[in-house]
Write a protein of this length. Sequence first.
Length: 142
Amino acid sequence: MERRNFIRLSLAGAVGAGMIAPTIALADSSKLAVGADIYYTKEAPGRWSGKVTTHSPSIEIEKAGGKVTVKIVTAHEMKGYEHYIVKHVLLDQNYKFIDERLFDPIKDQAARSIFTLHDYSGPIYALSLCNKHDLWLNGAEV
């Protein structure tokens, strides 16, 4: 094959691959099965069955008028950047993002978050992300 043809075909292949890859990367997330190996739960701890008590977030709900306070605690020690809870994420009944709290393992001695919602009712979900033992989900009813 001539050098020019080789270069031309190589560039055409690279451009074609670039046009396909973003489509794959931006696949419709609504088609993902909830819990399809994306996170772990008490009921489905997967490879981390021994980590449920220290990694699954607990949720406490307090209601006062139209105000809802959601307290999330993950009973996990903060061992500096070696092993810690990175963040808590709060999701609504459709698994849509509401809020998050990032932790600094040097300053935060425990993984505790407090979120305030207004006029919310229905299921709510908390995610707890450990830097070594992945993402954990728990839910509660408001």
